[in-house]
Design a protein around this ligand. Sequence first.
Ligand code: EPU
Length: 310
Amino acid sequence: MIAPALMNRVTELCKEHGATLEKNAPLARFTSAGVGGAVPAVASPTRADSVAALVSDLRGEGLEVRPLGNGTNLLVDDEGGPWVVLRLGGMSGPMTRDGQRVTAPAGMSLPFLVRETVKAGLRGLEHAEGIPGTVGGSTFGNAGCYGGDMGHVVRRIRLLRDGRDTWIEVESDDFGYRCSPVLDGDVILSVELELAEDEVEAIRRDKAGYRRKRLESQPIGRRSAGCVFKNPEGESAGRLIDLAGLKGSRIGGAAVSEVHANFLINEGNATTRDFLNLIERIQDTVQDRFDVDLETEIQIWFASPEGGES
Ligand code: EPU
């Protein structure tokens, strides 16, 4: 899907900028749902200071570069796609602190950042330990739960915009429901958050409470892409899907979780097509039963624009 001469150039550029390269790599390996076809190249940068140059050189060759965190809120077409996937989830570094502000690299796992901030006596992320994404991915998707989301605490973002490595200031209004319109098309490099000081033990207690709730109500440890649908205004998508009798409903290897109906589980041999067909069945059923149009909140990467939105 990328011509051999151009692939040679991708190899050269990865070497030059210290990124490891996997050719013809199935994205099923890099997504929590465990589905998705192969892409010609997955580039995993190892040095934060060379990501800007790598992306700008790849884009300069006319290639489409798609950033990937831990792939925890993503379905990828069974056909893969013609992209160079920039895998930031493997690249981490330390959290730094200045008073109530902390800065974390985009590739850091969010649960790790939650633990570090709680240890440091900083409140604001204690609800988020169970969100399995990266700091960059969860900022892009404005991940949230239990009334909090990333937009509430993220104040500055270092990103690549129009080929430039730059910082932007953001506030909660720049984020939407599981989205960040202000970041469209940018590659996030690091994120600065403003938290509040408190007693470590008090924050730990709250964190443990959220963890308990999550363990009781969500299918932790199963292969899924997290909540699939946005909650309609004043309603829970999971509750509607459950009321429609769809828990346990399956297509191929994909099934509606028995624990929380907004989670679709890969039972072992699911394809992305199975997930998409099950999503459609749920949307049709909920529309018929409750006259509610369920919208997806996960990212879906289609191989070609005709496949749908990406
Ligand atoms: N419910 C059911 N059946 C189900 C699932 C839920 O009856 O299968 C009921 C629950 O009993 C409860 C109500 O629906 O009365 C709400 O359920 P829950 O507290 O689990 O919250 P939710 O609205 O379904 C949202 C977020 C989750 C987040 C939780 C906790 C969305 C789409 N979902 O779920 O976020 O973890 O609240 O704050 O916003 C995600 O975005 O990936 C995600 C999982």
